[in-house]
Each structure stands twice: as C-alpha cells, then as structure tokens.
Design a protein around this ligand. Sequence first.
Ligand SMILES: [Zn+2]
Length: 216
Amino acid sequence: MNLIFLGAPGAGKGTLAARLSKEYGIPQISTGDIFRAAVKQGSELGRKVQGIMEKGELVPDSLTVELVEERLAQADAQNGYILDGFPRTIAQADALASFQKIDMAINFNTSDEVVIRRLSGRRVCRSCGAIYHVENMPPKFEGKCDKCGGELYTRDDDTIESIKNRLRVYKDQTEPLIEYYRGKGLLRDIDSSTSPEESFSQIKSLLLVGFFGLGE
Ligand SMILES: [Zn+2]
C-alpha cells in the first residue's frame, strides 16, 4: 500500500504515520529523514543537499524528487510506504506519479484552533529533547523535564504568530494537492481533531475497505 499523508502542521500526521508504520511493517518516509540520511551517507546527492542546507536555502524540487525516487526504490519500501510531508506541490506530485503508483492520499482535517492549541502548548527539554504538552502531557513540575530535570522551552516555530504563518504557507502551497488527489479519486478524508486513537481507527477502516475489500 503506497500512501500519502496530507495535513497541516500539527494535524497529527507524524504520530499516526509512526503507528501505522509499526502496525503494517512499511516505512514512514519524510523528506527531512531522507535529507539527513543522504548527508550521513555522503553520497553525491547527499553532498549537494548538505551544501544547500548549510547555506540555509531550500532544497530545490528536482533534487528532492531525485532523493525520494532513490529512497522508494530501496528494498524496505517494496511492499508499501507512508509518505509524510511529500509531495508538497503539484509539480512534485506529477513527478512522483511518473515513477510510483500511489494507492491512497489520506487528508488529515483539523481546525486552525486545534492546531494552534496543540502546537503552542508544546514544550521541549533543552537538555535531552523530550517533548511535553502543557495540557495533554504536562511535566510533573512546571518548566522542568521529568527525565533529566532540564529546562523546558517553547520552540521558536511553536509561537502563535509562527504557527499562524505556517498554516498560511500550508494552505497556499499544499491545499491544491488535496484537489489534485481528489480529482484522481485517491483522496480519503479523516477528522484528526480528536485523539490519535480515534484518527488511527479511522485510517484502519479506510485501509480495510481500500486494500482488503472488507466493509466497516
Ligand atoms: Zn530532559
């Protein structure tokens, strides 16, 4: 099953992709991970990516697509995969369609209010990187990491202004993809404004219907 997860930052894609990946034994593939792996391997493409990232520039479409193609050709992706955060543009989606057959694009629907609450409540430990949430997963002592006692802080891109900006960028750039996959009959919607458990069972129902021919 070749899957694409679409949704705004904070819609819960990453968490659900990790769970599904475990459940079905297919890899969760994000471009960030691909870039990091390529840099680590020191391949020719990896050295290119490294140079671009060191300058703080965006990795161009053509190079991203090349790296994704290389990654999807690897052995562990032959029974399926979950693409998380790719494609981001119609051009990338067209390129992807030229070398891969996508079975389903799952669209994570959430309101902006839910995303803002989720992301602005996130706190990260300065020392060990552990992640907390002021409402859903508070530390035992405010501002202190349970694991190492380190100081908890709000990442720059989790401030409300920055979240609103990320949502705007998402809508402008990625929402056309929803229509793109809807037009191809591949789009399925879930409501991801509730709990991860609830989203997980919605996705499993979609997969049962789509891949195993079973009713709900
Ligand atoms: Zn810590």
